[in-house]
Design a protein around this ligand. Structure first.
Ligand code: CU
Length: 69
């Protein structure tokens, strides 16, 4: 499947702080259907990750949580 433009956004809710937001644009890997990107987090903790894609099949997104150590 060709997903077109794929972006990844993360946010972390911390008490007493504005949400920490970080994002990246993903690029196609050698394996079809796989995308890679690099992102750096200044601290550890659980991130809410949203991946959005925009391609011939339309626009959609998915959300999940990732622990950062
Ligand atoms: Cu944080």
């Amino acid at each position: 499947m060709e997903a077109g433009k794929v972006t990844l956004n993360t946010s972390m809710t911390m008490t007493g702080m504005a949400p920490m937001i970080a994002g990246a644009t993903l690029t196609p890997d050698k394996t079809p259907g796989r995308y890679t990107g690099t992102i750096t987090f200044p601290d550890s903790g659980t991130r809410q990750v949203t991946v959005t894609w925009d391609g011939p099949a339309g626009t959609d997104s998915t959300k999940f949580s990732v622990p950062v150590r």
